[in-house]
Design a protein. Sequence first.
Length: 325
Amino acid sequence: MKISLDDLLRPIQAELNSFQNYFENSLKSHVFLINQVMKFIIAQKGKKMRPMLLLLAAKLNGECTEQTYSVATLVEVLHTATLVHDDVVDEAETRRGLPSINSIWRNKISVLIGDYLFSKALVKMVDLKHPEMLDLLANTANKLVTGEIDQIDRARSDTMTESAYYAMIEDKTASLLATGCKLGAMTTSDDEAVWNALFEYGRNFGIAFQIKDDLFDFEGRAASVGKPIGLDVKHNMVTLPIIHALQQADKQEVREFKRMIKKGSDRAVKKYVLNFINQYGGLEYTKQRLQDYSDQAKASLDLFPDSPIKHSMIQFIDFNIQREK
């Protein structure tokens, strides 16, 4: 049965509206150009997956507070900053089906806008006046950056393995989702067992979320995904379907694969890679790992009694498996 995002969010719709007001107000500046770009960012209507899960994690244990909205805004600002910088690094022309910031305002402004967002996140971190939250956020910010650099470095040096892949996506994607869920719990509960369970939920969900995103490079459509299909292949970012196929192929086939990636045209490379991963079951293996991490995320919620909020959090995992963008 197709899962509706609207149904999942119904238990926190009022809280989401409050969060959106917090988020938009947090981006305001006295500089005209910054406000122009911020309006463009707000108009993009991204997934907002991190604040959604943070609010659910908070409401699983009580009612959302001012602190809940503050940390939800902080997490989304931090995430938005990484997206702005990622588009510069990836030379991406689109983001969620719209022109990327760097395609409109060019790289210099884009980098500075990303820096502006990071500075906003820093101010909000200090305003929390909560040492444990501050420590968690600081370590997460470090992981976001090191995860991205690790991916680029391993692509250049051709050292990406399956274990390195999981470590890399845990840093660059899952860390912020895990942190968000834990922060949400920290605003409504004093129980460390609750914090840790929701951290594990976010971590496993985040890994599953990135695995699903990586599948879009081979199964998605540019119109629905909102980014050019095959972008990771073009930039030599080796993801799980390719890693698995390379592990199954013999040395001669691996050499041919690497030669094709380096010298073939974009269209030829895309066709070759698709055939290669299908030959060695790369997509089927990746889908099984997606299911494995999804099951682990669900198991992290066993601590909590049944409730509409818990049901939504479980359904969110299935929604990720089904999503088309």
